[in-house]
Ligand binder design. Structure first.
Ligand SMILES: Nc1ncnc2c1ncn2[C@@H]1O[C@H](COP(=O)(O)OP(=O)(O)OP(=O)(O)O)[C@@H](O)[C@H]1O
Ligand SMILES: O=P(O)(O)OC[C@H]1O[C@H](OP(=O)(O)OP(=O)(O)O)[C@H](O)[C@@H]1O
Ligand SMILES: [Mg+2]
Length: 281
């Protein structure tokens, strides 16, 4: 039976569970359930702390898991990213009071507070900077006010937490993170895991794309298809009125209004956008 780790708490948990449900897997009904057996799919789901997931997977105790890219890299576990899952996007960045530093190279001798010491030490090492890393569990932004650090390295989403503490980011982001599916290199090809990855990939695609249908004059179909090239090639069907064709194509949800405007300008009509609920490509 395949053993899969799922975040039981924190920013990743709810979205991960929603995604698994969309993939047709059995999910827990209350937060006190820590292990769920999905007999139909021959999978056992273990609800664990996101920080521990890469460690369980890297040690071979569990076959795969959902965690954050930042947590995976911080753990230095022997696990690899199988695919990004498109939620819990954030950057991992240095921040400090204004005028403390402009770049990682200014951090020599400074005290840097973080919950991700592995990630920060690796980044400092890459830039040949020697600094003191102060490991904290959370609420890292407060450590500067409390005088235990000069600089922090933490997850930044909207930047609100930083602003509230009078802190500013500096330098380039250390990492762009999001939720990812992780596994050991040797396990990536396990049949059950390939199915899980394909189902998750189907949900990511269904969320990223919409279906666009429209009618256009036959002589304009090449120009129209250039606007909506789809993933492989748009479906073009004849209409009863021979002068027109119907086109169906997948279009990125983001920017679909610009695509509709361009189609309309070209002369396409009856432009319809529909959600994709699930797919296998
Ligand atoms: N505000 C946020 N926006 C997006 N992702 C976030 C945010 N905060 C944390 N994450 C992501 O969540 C993962 C960390 O999860 P974890 O459950 O350990 O911490 P948390 O979400 O901060 O929960 P808590 O602090 O309550 O324990 C990381 O991958 C991190 O990038
Ligand atoms: O840029 P923002 O939108 O403000 O989000 C970033 C904050 O969210 C997370 O904190 P969380 O609430 O999980 O608390 P923690 O610091 O205790 O982990 C993260 O650690 C940052 O502090
Ligand atoms: Mg947190």
């Amino acid at each position: 039976m395949l053993k899969i780790a799922i975040p039981n708490k924190g920013s990743l948990s709810e979205s991960a569970v929603t995604m698994l449900k969309e993939c047709g897997y059995r999910v827990r009904r209350d937060t006190k359930e820590l292990v769920i057996t999905d007999v139909d799919n021959d999978i056992e789901f273990f609800y664990l702390r996101p920080r521990d997931i890469a460690v369980y997977v890297g040690s071979g105790t569990l076959h795969a898991g959902i965690t954050g890219r930042d947590l995976l890299l911080d753990s230095q576990a022997e696990a690899i990213e199988i695919m990004p899952l498109g939620f819990a996007s954030s950057t991992f960045r240095f921040a400090a009071r204004p005028n403390t530093a402009a770049d990682v190279r200014d951090l020599g001798g400074k005290r840097i507070a973080t919950s991700y010491p592995g990630l920060v030490r690796a980044h400092l090492g890459k830039h040949d900077v020697e600094a003191e890393v102060v490991r904290l569990d959370g609420a890292v932004e407060t450590s500067i006010t409390l005088g235990v650090a000069d600089v922090i390295a933490d997850v930044v989403e909207t930047g609100t937490t930083l602003r509230n503490q009078g802190l500013e980011t500096f330098g380039a982001p250390i990492l762009h993170s999001e939720a990812v599916l992780v596994a050991r290199h040797d396990d990536a090809e396990l049949p059950g895991l390939r199915v899980l990855a394909r189902r998750l990939g189907g949900v990511v695609t269904a969320r990223t794309y919409v279906l666009v249908d429209y009618d256009v004059r036959a002589e304009l179909v090449d120009e129209a298809c250039a606007i909506t090239p789809g993933l492989e090639s748009p479906t073009v069907s004849p209409l009863h009125d021979r002068g027109y064709v119907a086109v169906r194509s997948m279009v990125k949800r983001q920017g679909v209004n610009r695509v509709m405007d361009a189609l309309y300008e070209l002369g396409a009509r009856g432009i319809l956008v529909t959600e994709i609920r699930a797919c296998r490509l």
